[in-house]
Structure formats: C-alpha cells, structure tokens
Ligand binder design. Sequence first.
Ligand code: ADP
Ligand code: MG
Length: 691
Amino acid sequence: MTLSAPLTTLKGVGPRVAERLEKLGLRRVEDLLFHLPYRYQDRTRVVPIGALRPGEEAVVEGEIQADDIKFGKRRSLLCRLGDGSGSLLLRFFHFNASQRAALARGKRLRCYGEVRRGPAMLEMVHPEYHLIDAEAQAPMEAHLTPIYPTTEGMAQKSLRQLIEQALQLLRQGRVADHLPPELLEEYHLPSLRHALLEMHQPAPHTPVAELLEGEHPARQRLALEELLAQHLSLRQLRHKVQQYSAPPLAPPGHLRQRLIDALPFALTGAQTRVMQEIDADLARPHPMQRLVQGDVGSGKTVVAAAAAAQAIEAGYQVAVMAPTELLAEQHRRNFTAWLEPLGLTSAWLSGKSGAKQRRENLALLAEGKAALAVGTHALFQDEVMFDRLGLVIVDEQHRFGVHQRLALREKGSRNGSVPHQLIMTATPIPRTLAMTAYADLDSSVIDELPPGRTPVETVAICDERRDEVVARVHRACVGERRQAYWVCTLIEESEALQCQAAEDTAALLTEALPELRIGLVHGRMKAAEKARVMAGFKAGELQLLVATTVIEVGVDVPNASLMIIENAERLGLAQLHQLRGRVGRGSVSSSCVLMYHKPLSQQGRARLAALRETNDGFEIARRDLALRGPGELLGTRQSGMLRLRVADLERDRDLLPDVARLATALLQRWPQHVAPLIQRWLGDRQRYGDV
Ligand code: ADP
Ligand code: MG
C-alpha cells in the first residue's frame, strides 16, 4: 500500500464505498491523512457524576439505584445511576425486554452521552452503555476520539478505521514531510507526522478549541502548509505564464498622448503612476498579468483606455470584457467616445446583439478592421476570432473565475504568443489576502480619487419612515434640481420578482411624486429600451431613476446626488459600496439613504454601520472580509479556487507573511518539494494552471 494509491487498495473499500469517499473529496490514501476531525469526544476518562455539566458529553460509571417504566405521553424506561458523587437519570424511549432486564437495579454501567438538564436532575437520553464488572477495570481510550465530517452511508466508525490505516503509514515514517527540518526549526513548527497524529488522535487534556481553530502548533503547522501550497501553486502558474511570449507593445505613444490631451480633466497622480506601471509591463516580450485595484470612481476606465491606445498604436487589437450588459455598454460608450475621434473602429459583442449586427462585428474583428472589441462573456464564444489580439482588459475580475481569465488568454494565443492581460477591480483586496489569492498577478493600486469629490453622506433609516424618504427625493430633485436613484432589491433569486418589485415601486413613486419625471430600468427590459431610459437619465430628462441592482456598476451621472437603497440590510457590503459609488461623482455633496426593515440582524447592523462610518473602499473590504470570509469576498466559491481545508484566511492572516517567505526559501533551496506539496493539498484542482 502506498500513499498515492487509490482508496480501493485499502481493506474494506469497494467501488460503492469509494464513491462515497469521493463525495468527501477523498481519492487517494494520502487524502485520508488530511481529512481532519471537526470535533472530538473525550472517552479517555470517567467523569464523576457530581462534576457533570449540562451540554457536555462524557463517560460516567455507576450503579443503577432505581429503575422504572413510566407511562406518560411516551412510554419510557428510566434508570437512576449513582456513583457516590451524585446521580444521573438515564432515559430510554426504545427498549426491548432483554434490555429492560439487563438495566436492573444493582447493575454497574459505563455510559457515554450528552448531559442535559431534566425536570428533576441531569439526564442522558439514550446513552451508549455497557455493563461492567464491579471488580475488573475496563480499559479507557488512550486518546480523544475524532469525529470526522462524513456523508450519507459512511459511518463514523468505518471512516475512522480507514483513516487509521493511513495513520499506520504515518507512524511507520512513510509519509514525506515537505518542510525540511531547517525550516521547521526556524519557524518553530512541529513535524508533519507530529502535527497530523495530534490532530487525529490528541492526547487526553489537549485543549481542543485551540486544536480545531486556534493557535495550537499542530493546526498552525497544517494551516501554514496549506496556505503555502496555495501560494506556490499560484506562483507556479505565474511562472508558467511568464514562459510564454507576448508582443512587446512599446510604440512612441502618440495615440495615447492624443487621447489624454482630449480629456476634459487632468489625470491624478495615481492614474499616471499606474499607467507607467502598465507601460513597463507592455514593453516586455512576456504577457502582462496586472491587477488594477481602485475604489469606485477612482478613474480606472481611462487608465485602461490608455493601455488600449498603446496596444492599438503598436498594431494590435484589444478586447474589453465586462461581467454585465450594462457595464459593457458603459465601457463601449466611454471607449468609443475616446477612441473614435482618433480614427479607430470598435466592435460590440453582447449576448443580445441581433444576428446581422453580430455577423458584421465578428467580421470586423476577424479581418482586423476593428481595433477594439467590447462585450460580455459573449467575447469568449468559439466563433469570435481576432486577427491580432494583443491586450485583454477584464473589468470586475472577481466575478469571472480564473478559468474564464485563462480561456480568454487562450483565445488570443498564436504561435506560442499570448495577449497581455489587464484586470480591473473596484473591490479592493486587502494586501495579505491578495498575496494568497492573487499571487499570480502583479498589482497596482489607484489610491487617489479625482479632486473635487465630496464623500457621500450615508444614513440608515427604517422603512417605516418611507414618507420622509420620499419627501427627501422631492427636495433633491425639485428643490435642488439634482437627480436621484431609487434602488429596489429583493432577496429572492428570481429576476422576475426583482423586476416586479421595481415596477411596483416605480408606480407608487409616480403616484407620490406626480411632478417628477421618473424612469425605470431592470434586467428584463429590452436592451434598446434600457439604453433609452439610461440616456434620458444621463441627459437630465429623467429626474428619478427607479432600478434594480443592474445599475450597480457602470452608470455615471455626475448630477445624481441622492441614492435610496431599499432592503439595504440584505445586501453585502461590497455591493452596497458599489451602488453608493453611483453618487458622489460630481462636486456637489451627495447622500445615500439605506432603508432597512426591522428587525435588523447583528450582521445587518454591522454592515450598515460600516457604510455610515467610512467611504474608503479598502476599509470596507477589510470589514467585509471579517464579516463574510474571503470566499464570498473574492467570489472564489464559484471559481473553485481557495477552498481551504484547515486554514482560514481571516483567522490565520498572521501566518501570511511567513507563507511568502517560506515559499521563497522552498523554491530556492528545496525546489523538489514544491510539486509534491502542491499535489498533496490541491490535488487535481491545480489543473486550472495548465493553460
Ligand atoms: P471607476 O474607477 O469607478 O471605473 P471611472 O473610470 O468610471 O471610475 O471614472 C469615474 C468618473 O470620473 C468618470 O466620469 C471619469 O470620466 C471621471 N474621471 C476619471 N479620471 C478623472 C480625473 N483624473 N479627474 C476628473 N475626473 C475623472
Ligand atoms: Mg468602472
């Protein structure tokens, strides 16, 4: 038997059992070692009955002092067990005649079960029990009993026996420790063997809370190793991509200069700096992989357009991909407004383009007549062909998975040369997290907003005070001649219901505010209809825009100074921050009203407080991370990346700096350990790295 062998090589594992184990993510013998308990039972010692506390599970021993069958609502057998320190009631609802006979007065029992408060005294309901001899000592377990995550048809006991077979190999020293002794010593870490044995079979009195989620060295060692494997796999991916060639795009920059000269504003220092970082990447003969983070409104689009101009002047095509129709539409408008005056043609590919328009656009791209393609996911469909794709710009990357990013890269690959990639996100990622989640990317931060922006004043108001909110809209739109958004949200997944809610709200507001010109946009409207309403709002013909969260990204109307968000307590922090970013784009002071429905949960309260207290996207991301965890924040749940088994990015963030240092040490001095380490923790999941 070897560690890398499939589980069917183990005693007791046939195809049916193997299938169940597969559901737990267990395929190879080695995987069993890393399937860790989520709690423990203490069967190592007998607890005096007098010392029991409700809620705990324990082993007790004693003599049956009284027994009785009670005929109440349910017939039950009650036995009172005493050990001199106190007594405990054992309650059985199901029992047969021989059990009834065995559980007789004067018999000695050992029981294991959960203690709960009963009407008269502490009780155990249906404890595990067996009769014991008054004289001979029955042996106790030598270590805490592990309880593993399991699945239907896989009994705890069978799973434990399988894991025990793998632990045998570990005890025999047949499991390689990929962290060399020098590193273990330097970082004060226990050996793998020690850490795993301690996790699976902790000695009596081990502080289990620390072992499961605290600072116990065994857990920390495994968490660190897991984070290391993740980090190394991303570094490897990065390294692999660096082996590809990409067209160096370093033209004189005339086109870009003309674009900048035509802008009605001066670039911020941060925008200029990030443009230079991008230029340096584009000039290299290897693919750029750069993430540009910038808060909502920081001006990422113009930075992307400057990169596009650079690529186009060098004779290449550029693809701009956005996650939603609305955002893609917005980019199309911006990019064409900036690039068309420079004599460039662009193609538009959305899921909703008509057949004829689509054919024309596909031809423009394939023949190289269009320098720029803007669109949604529709950009990666098979029929889409580029003549010379040199740069891919992806907006709001966390909504696309790593796979999609790679697929788009593949699309542009020709004779071993792949396009450069620029990724933009308005969800700022805390640095330590970026190091683990985005170690395959370089990162730039636009950490400055254009001048003259005033922070959005945010208030939370209970929806019982809706009338006041309506009055406020009236004041803003009529009194101050501003514009406002009214965002309708529903927790239901159904888009139809969302749209219905927006329609109802629009009707109610039209009645309440008859002198206002009100528009409505939602996801079920035809693209042309949506565009017409948006254009009307942008032109100032409409004063109030009622919308679903489709307006979350990509809408830019500087005169809009008020946003109302309904059911704000149900949205995530990042989403609320994005929505709020639609106002405060001009120089007038703006406000955002978060309407909530009582009662507020603790999480809901924390989210609303965070938004009231800060406008800083990084701070909001940090709080979001604490509230929701990184999987949600990064949207990685869907993309299959960062499914951590032991580590937790929030809890273990102090380990992250060590991770990067350890990774460097391992790569330099023990490179042969890298591949097996990644294989151990990520298994087949690392396949996404094989472009
Ligand atoms: P985001 O980073 O949210 O994508 P945008 O690129 O959409 O931000 O920019 C938001 C708005 O700010 C746009 O109207 C854009 O034209 C404008 N803008 C961008 N850079 C500057 C700047 N340096 N000075 C003034 N306005 C700017
Ligand atoms: Mg943007």
